[in-house]
Design a protein around this ligand. Structure first.
Ligand SMILES: Cc1cc2nc3c(=O)[nH]c(=O)nc-3n(C[C@H](O)[C@H](O)[C@H](O)COP(=O)(O)OP(=O)(O)OC[C@H]3O[C@@H](n4cnc5c(N)ncnc54)[C@H](O)[C@@H]3O)c2cc1C
Length: 292
């Protein structure tokens, strides 16, 4: 398939991109093109104007501040995997992103494009929720920060307005001793996940769980934060069995549907299996840190 005819504009500043976006009714930004180009080829997207933002260098940085790390929206999956700063503070990012597609796609695809695309089986939307990030977006008249919990609305739908650009993502540093894990199951290496889970567990000095973030993707219209399971394990001692929760509480929070890859029943089964695996991996990591 070929895309419908379109005009192309290359910009090198945020201001020029915002000007072009606000003065054209049917314009689309293009970053890595790894989702937009296939959509255009299938004519699921038919923009009149493509605004190429991939040469705006100020959107490619990783900046460390005292309490958070800020990543530009044009950071590619590969550069995120290789970032020494991200590996130091958030090793779960490189661990999860290695599952995104293949080298060529990871070299082009960006964090901004991935979260704007909002596929509920993608790795970045899960990570953004798991790490309690906020998303900085800008229009010609306004700049705002959207918490991860409010950014994703449904399949391929976000809180982003048509005249806004994602500028950066702020990732708060985790202050307590913590364990993390990410697990996914996909039909073949590099395919989108059938189910993906991410867990972060933080403990206090007395080994009591102070905070937990438990996120699951691929089983609903957006990635889901499993508050019930988080509340179940908060306050427990890390040495206890953290997986003795009622599995029904997980199933009431997710709504998978059958597709070409697997049935609804299989996705539900996989959700429980991966969730327990992820919680136990995070716990094991904390226990090994405590024994160091
Ligand atoms: C074969 C294949 C397999 C894939 N497998 C996976 C996978 O396993 N996991 C996964 O997570 N992804 C996968 N992807 C998608 C890939 O990760 C894309 O990189 C990502 O979804 C989009 O990033 P992009 O930079 O290419 O965005 P683009 O395709 O350029 O843009 C996507 C959308 O985001 C908008 N956009 C882009 N940048 C911004 C911005 N800064 N502000 C506002 N809007 C913006 C665009 O207008 C467009 O609507 C796969 C893609 C392909 C082709």
């Amino acid at each position: 398939m070929k895309p419908s005819p379109f005009n192309y504009l290359n910009v090198t500043t945020i201001e020029n991109a915002l000007d072009a976006l606000s003065s054209n009714d049917n314009a689309r930004l293009i970053a890595g093109g790894q989702s937009l180009v296939p959509m255009m080829n299938f004519r699921l997207a038919q923009p009149d104007l493509i605004i190429d933002i991939s040469n705006i260098n100020e959107l490619k940085n990783v900046t460390e501040e005292k309490d958070y790390v800020e990543i530009g929206s044009l950071l590619t999956h590969t550069n995120a995997i290789n970032s020494i700063c991200l590996k130091k503070y958030f090793p779960v990012i490189s661990n999860a992103l290695k599952n995104v597609a293949h080298h060529t796609i990871r070299n082009q695809g960006t964090v901004g494009g991935s979260i704007a695309n909002a596929d509920p089986a993608s790795e970045w939307p899960l990570l953004i929720n798991l790490l309690d990030c906020s998303i900085k977006v800008k229009s010609k008249k306004n700049t705002r920060e959207i918490p991860a919990t409010k950014f994703f609305e449904s399949h391929f739908v976000t809180n982003l307005k048509e005249n806004e650009i994602i500028i950066s993502i702020k990732i708060p540093k985790i202050q307590n001793l913590y364990g993390w894990s990410f697990h996914e199951e996909s039909p073949r290496e590099g395919d989108f996940a059938i189910v993906e889970t991410g867990v972060i567990i933080e403990i206090e000095n007395n080994n009591i769980i102070k905070n937990a973030n438990i996120i699951i993707g691929g089983v609903d219209e957006k990635v889901i934060k499993l508050n019930n399971i988080e509340n179940f394990i908060i306050g427990m001692n890390i040495n206890e069995d953290l997986c003795k929760f009622d599995e029904k509480i997980v199933l009431t929070n997710i709504h998978p549907i059958s597709d070409n890859h697997s049935s609804e029943e299989y996705k539900k089964h996989l959700s429980i299996v991966l969730l327990k695996k992820a919680i136990n991996s995070a716990k094991k990591q904390i226990l090994s840190k405590l024994n160091d």
